[in-house]
Design a protein around this ligand. Sequence first.
Ligand code: BGP
Length: 467
Amino acid sequence: MNKFPKDFLWGASTSAYQFEGGINQGGKAPSIMDKFDEREIYPKGITGFKVATDHYNHWKEDVALMAEMGFKSYRFSISWARIIKNAKGDINPEGIKFYNNLIDELLKYKIEPVVTMFHFDSPTFIDEKGGLDSNEFSNMFELYAKVLFENYGSKVKYWLTINELNMFVFVGEAIGLISEKSKASKWQIMHNLNVAQAKAIRLCRKMLPNAKIGPAPNIASVYANSNTPEDYLTKLTFEQIRNWIFLDIVCRGEYGTWFKNFLKKINEKIIITKEEEKILKDSKPDFIAFNYYSTMTVQNESADDVKDSLINKTDQQTGYVIPGIGRSIKNKNLQKTEYGWEIDPVGFKSTLREVYDRYRLPIMITENGLGVTETLTSDEKIHDDYRIDYYKQHIKAMSEAINDGVEMIGYMPWSAFDLVSSHHGVSKRYGFVYVNRDEFDEKDMKRIRKDSFFWYKELIEKNGENI
Ligand code: BGP
């Protein structure tokens, strides 16, 4: 029998820009994501984020469906641009009210709100002030955090700082997180985000002593492609760059020695002030949240001269290259989704063990899931046994990790409802609930329960013991 903790937070995730739509409603200021589909880099022939799956106008109905599934928690993000109007920090009362209503509705059904403070959608006014390039970013983020804590702090116990901070570095351009105007190096941007994260944690401690706060990077075990010593060293380098530097800075309060030397080697410099060093040291998280989709397998390609740090123009899970060191390659032992992401539940277990062994903090999974194209049957059903199978395997792996001693708080896979993928439009569907719209035909946005909806409901009822 698989035992999950009694108060385990079973739920699912979404993010504001991929789910809400309503970009011209309720006084929302623009965010860089509103017009991502108008930029040259956005893939052609798919929808952008202007309407998404219209949660802004369906939130009550959506929460009722979450309650019907028996959710204990719901992880969503607050859109910075919906609650703050401009760089001066003027508040948009209608935006504040929208999330108050949402949170109250969740609490009515005893669903714990787990709030991501920043999930990819920088307000345009931030971009105009130098965006992520400037170390002013962390001050603006702290002001925003203050508004969040003041307005929602009495109701929200779990806070997540920045979604997938590591993806700003790796695929910042490919998935539109960084504007074309940006001039700073990706490592300086990483540092600016790290400082912003640390300031939010510090402020949370001060304003909300009973709340819990943690980071939410995208983490995964890295395999060496062979047992050659060179491949093993390449694996160590990749796991530093892909995972540990992002968790070391927040959990240990400093960048590791290996990373500092690596930056010197590639002639990269991060400007760190004394004050920032202190803030980074003083802002440790209560837990680690992370998103897990698949592992990475790497192969060595040594050169005498390592010139660049990391290049990735593909997506969050594939196409990683560190020139002169190695690259990520296909793992022959793993199956892939139709979008090319490898499926690796055993790797989920190893990732959980590695993260827990390294940092000894409770873990919350804030994303995991299967993106596929799906079409309704003639009687309006989605028979998604493939998704049920995917979840069964991953939840089983998680229960084994718990048996091995990993301390876990919750599991909130991606995604609660169908929504717009980061760069594959609305056709790449992840939800337990189907949303009736196509790429350019918005149809009726009807919410339709998939087979996985009923399966997950039963799993939650039994607290995972039937897995
Ligand atoms: C993560 C992001 C999510 C979501 C998910 C699925 O990296 O945090 O916002 O998009 O990946 O990715 P995609 O939409 O590209 O399939």
